[in-house]
Design a protein around this ligand. Structure first.
Ligand code: SAM
Ligand code: SF4
Ligand code: SF4
Length: 361
């Protein structure tokens, strides 16, 4: 038995907003206490999902009685777009829509249109791919730039064991093809590697997408939330992933596309494309973390491993002006000191952190 913490309140608690500064005028987020700018905003558009991935929404916790958010609690598209514009004024350059499963949110294309209308913002989405074959063209037409599709194995039994929803590999692959055909390219494919669960799928996954133009990224299994029973022993270090693939398909490291890129890039020596590894556990990248997260109900989190957030929905619905919300975001960012991945231990892993399906991956 793993030492699992079942959340009694799933960690959705709010911290008080920081008091107003002396300046009176418009405040800038600038750098946080570790010198990091606010560049990326991840927006969770739903806390619901049609999968029950064992590392994210274990079925014994996220069962039929799980208290998902009511519709009235979700930020509306208008509220999300308004906040996105305010974040843009604070230096944000990139939005990733996520969840839960973002494609479950009704009329998501309408939100995409609204966000795509904000100039100078790169707009992407992460999905489990289950509805992508149906929706790829409409997403592209609405203004989405690229997608990341999660796929943990090409082996039918392993994939169904990982998604715990009896969902077949073929439909996710059809989603990847549809995304590429619609021009949502290059498609990135995220594989979370969990020891004893899908390690055997690493090499087949690399081989399947080598030369396809798609980029597979192998992600170290993380202790997000408090329900997945995470243990350090279940993490397969990225260095092992690289060694495994390199043994039959030689690799060499490539420079990052930009400073602070989360995935470490490797390319095949024969020129057949590249892969990435995301080593959040064995090689923390907190020092360059420029990401803020907006939960489905409008709480702002400054770290994936936060235990509390700031209630921006309260400001929106309480009549605050854009300038007031902008000032609050600036002060929250200036006070940010998060660096959880640098201080992770078996003990911190048991903290009642916010669930990934709620905060957005
Ligand atoms: N449902 C969508 C999906 O699965 O792509 C979007 C939300 S999901 C929370 C975002 C990403 O987080 C996915 O690529 C997923 O594999 C990853 N993820 C979830 N739980 C994780 C964990 N415990 N460790 C590492 N990655 C995780
Ligand atoms: Fe759903 Fe994505 Fe979490 Fe899997 S990783 S349970 S698809 S939100
Ligand atoms: Fe960023 Fe928090 Fe992850 Fe560090 S642990 S990289 S601060 S989200």
């Amino acid at each position: 038995m793993t030492d699992r913490v079942i959340p009694i309140d799933d960690g959705r608690r709010a911290k008080p907003l920081p008091p107003k500064g002396e300046s009176g005028g418009s405040e800038r987020a600038g750098r946080d206490t570790l010198g990091r700018h606010l560049r990326d905003l991840r927006i969770s558009v739903t806390d619901r999902c049609n999968f029950r991935c064992i590392y994210c929404m274990p079925r014994d916790v996220f069962g039929p009685d799980y208290p998902f958010l009511a519709r009235s609690e979700l930020l509306t598209f208008e509220e999300i777009a308004r906040l996105a514009r305010v974040f843009k004024d604070q230096g944000m350059e990139k939005i990733r829509l996520t969840g839960g499963e973002p494609l479950l949110r009704k009329n998501l294309e309408r939100l995409i249109e609204m966000l795509a209308a904000i100039p100078g913002v790169d707009l992407t989405l992460t999905t489990n791919g289950s509805l992508l074959a149906k929706k790829a063209r409409a997403l592209k037409a609405a203004g989405l730039k690229r997608v990341t599709v999660s796929l943990d194995s090409l082996d039918e039994r392993t994939f169904r064991m990982m998604n715990d929803a009896d969902f077949p590999v073929s439909e996710v692959l059809a989603g990847v093809d549809a995304a590429a055909a619609a021009g949502l390219a290059p498609v990135k494919i995220n594989m979370v590697v969990k020891r004893g669960a899908n390690e055997d799928s690493i090499v087949p996954m690399a081989r399947r997408f080598k030369g396809s133009g798609h980029i597979v990224r192998f992600i170290e299994y993380m202790d997000v939330g408090a329900t997945n029973g995470w243990r350090m022993d279940d993490v397969v270090p990225s260095a092992d992933v690289i060694r495994l693939i390199d043994a039959t398909m030689p690799l060499e490291q490539v420079d990052p596309n930009y400073a602070g890129e989360v995935a470490e890039r490797w390319r095949y020596k024969d020129g057949a494309g590249e892969i990435g590894v995301i080593s959040s556990v064995t090689q923390a990248f907190c020092r360059t973390c420029t990401r803020a997260r907006l939960s489905t109900e409008g709480m702002l989190y400054t770290c994936l491993f936060a235990t509390a957030g700031y209630d921006l929905r309260g400001m929106l619905r309480g009549g605050s002006s854009d300038e007031e919300i902008s000032g609050a975001i600036a002060r929250i960012w200036q006070a940010r000191a998060d660096h959880y991945s640098e201080i992770r231990t078996a003990e911190t892993a048991k903290l009642r952190k916010i669930e990934m399906s709620y905060i957005g991956g």
